[in-house]
Design a protein around this ligand. Structure first.
Ligand SMILES: [Fe+2]
Length: 312
């Protein structure tokens, strides 16, 4: 039994919904896979961006925290440091010019496991990277991007555990991730479906201050579990091992359960059923406001309260 297949989605806190939408769809060239609201608070936009099919391992989901008095995210121990997207080899000069032309600041970072890294912060301040990678995924190029530049999904995400030893033990022991490389203070983990996912990098940040989540930060990383039945079994395994998890929640397009791993990082487990097409055909994903089941009968009130966004 291999519980976790790979990365499923990554969720951040955006501060400007319009800029967020326009950046992920028009600059990064992802597809708006689902247009919805927070399952818990119906007056908050929640957009899902990914490849054309919305494959697990490509989905960036951002909540829009406009006019919510949260402090800004602070990098440090106990935070998710970066989300990295996979781009073709030789494309980083193009991407640096493109991001800078849209007003984002970029920096070339040290080569990582033999790959070129471009760091940037997205329009809300979410710490992000593009990494040149030989990727077996080949999604359709969208917008004005072509095959030599397109984003293929997540390359990796980096977490800075409060207790690196326990985090490593949690992921390699209970969740059966595999250590596939170490470089300096970075330990790279891979999962069962690595070719269709992304890596999890553990960064030992012992010299860093405590961090905390907030605006412009990444709230959680979700990992793919094959089925609802396996999630139920995993709940029992993790709970039996001492973890405190939420119940299994129906997220309409998949099921989710949440916990904080031993190093202080919020994580989620999600399955793939029933998928994005349960309420929209594939060709029209992201085109209509898709409401979670508990809000389905309040469409008019919800649409009236949501901040206005342009989805052109
Ligand atoms: Fe999530």
């Amino acid at each position: 039994m291999t519980w976790v297949r790979g990365l499923h989605h990554i969720t951040g806190a955006a501060t400007d919904g319009q800029k967020d939408h326009d950046f992920y769809t028009k600059v990064l060239g992802l597809r708006r896979v689902k247009k919805t609201i927070n399952h818990e608070t119906a007056d908050q936009w929640h957009l899902f961006y990914g490849d054309y099919d919305g494959n697990a391992g490509t989905i960036m989901t951002n909540f829009f925290f406009e006019n919510v008095p949260l402090p800004p995210w602070k990098r440090g121990r106990g935070t998710i440091s970066d989300v990295a997207f996979s781009v073709p080899r030789g494309s980083l000069d193009f991407w640096q010019r493109r991001l800078e032309a849209h007003g984002l600041s970029c920096e070339r970072r040290d080569e990582r496991f033999g790959e070129q890294v471009l760091g940037y912060v997205d329009p809300s301040g979410i710490p992000s990277e593009l990494i040149e990678h030989d990727d077996e995924r080949d999604p359709p190029a969208l917008g004005d991007l072509d095959d030599t530049h397109k984003v293929r999904g997540f390359h990796s995400t980096t977490i800075i555990s409060r207790i690196p030893e326990l985090t490593l033990q949690f992921f390699t022991g209970l969740l059966q991730a595999e250590v596939v490389g170490t470089e300096g203070r970075r330990t790279r983990l891979a999962f069962a479906d690595q070719g269709r996912s992304g890596y999890l990098d553990l960064l030992d940040g012992a010299d860093l201050p405590w961090g905390h989540w907030g605006l412009g930060g990444i709230h959680h990383v979700a990992f793919t579990v094959e089925s609802k039945e396996q999630m139920e079994m995993l709940w029992r395994v993790l709970s039996g091992a001492g973890a405190i998890l939420t119940d299994l929640r129906d997220r309409k397009w998949f099921h989710s359960m949440y916990m904080t791993e031993p190093g202080g990082i919020n994580i989620e487990f999600s399955n793939l059923d029933p998928g994005w097409t349960v309420d929209e055909p594939l060709e029209e994903l992201g085109s209509t406001l898709a409401l979670p089941k508990q809000w389905a009968d309040q469409r008019a009130e919800i649409e009236a309260k949501l901040p206005t966004l342009r989805f052109d």
